[in-house]
Write a protein that binds this ligand. Sequence first.
Ligand code: XIL
Length: 337
Amino acid sequence: MKNQIHFFIALFFTVLLCSCGKSFKYAAKDNGFYSGMAVTVGDIFNPETIKILQNDCSIIVYENSMKWANLRPNKNFWNWNDIDSLVEFAEKNNMRVKWHTLFWHQQNSPFVSSSWTREQAIQMMNEHIETIMSRYKGKIAEYDVVNEMFNEDGSMRQNIWYKTIGADYIELALKKAHQVDPDAKLLLNEFNNEEKGHPKADAMYNLVKNLKERGIPIDGVGMQLHLDARISYSEDAIRQNIQRYEDLGIAVSFSEVDVRIPIENSKAYESAQENIYLMLYKIASEMPNVTSFITWGISDKHSWVPYTFPGTGNALLYDEDFKPKPVYNEILKELKK
Ligand code: XIL
């Protein structure tokens, strides 16, 4: 009897210890989503960042290396090395790899041309999909097939693919991608598309609903969520938006999260930032179709925020010395509840 009591006491403390020591990525998994970060090539070779990635990430994506300009700077040269390294790193560390992005209006190679005919553009698009997705079949789990296809008013963005092919470039890309790797998850990614009622969010929803109803392969929608701690966001409108995707059977990825604060007077906005992060992690934990939560970088040492939104920064969960911020610990505490 006494032995049994000792055994149960020991078991109780072991379980308690395990759950307290649970790393971020496992805590996220327990809440039903993959946790991840966007990285640069250097990050997967630097012991300091590797440690963070191993602790926090079950999904990983390149910030830039998969974009046309980096991957295929000219027509006849494909720069696979960096991507192969990421795939190898992810395999070793049991992470999913996400591709960002197949088609976008920015960071294209100089030979990508809006004077292509429809036929030429479709051929280039197919070649791009075929070359990448057959090479990484079974190794890259999900793809941002098209990125940022809308203007703020909800009209279609006149990117090179729209100009050369027309509005159906999106469904042509999705169909081709599905044909090449039927197991890959296919997403459309946007910014300012998180709150129901915003013209872009509604345009995205209508597009996805239409695609789904016509049997075009589409698995998910990415919400970039590059947010600003000075702005207040409607939790209700975000939840309603995600819920209508759930009703369609569509997954949602929080795909590029950061929450910037003004550098001057930074302290004053820290709690607003914390509230936004906590709201997003709570939504991701509670809503079953939110499948991943990816921050757009590891630490404030390297982030696109300061040079894109001058005067702001401190947007990520780790500081410039790779130390987790108080907000990180708050999130982890919530995830472990
Ligand atoms: C950004 C990168 O972070 C920068 O390093 C690069 O100079 C420009 O692109 N939305 C996207 C991402 O989909 O690809 C962008 O990444 C950030 C906004």
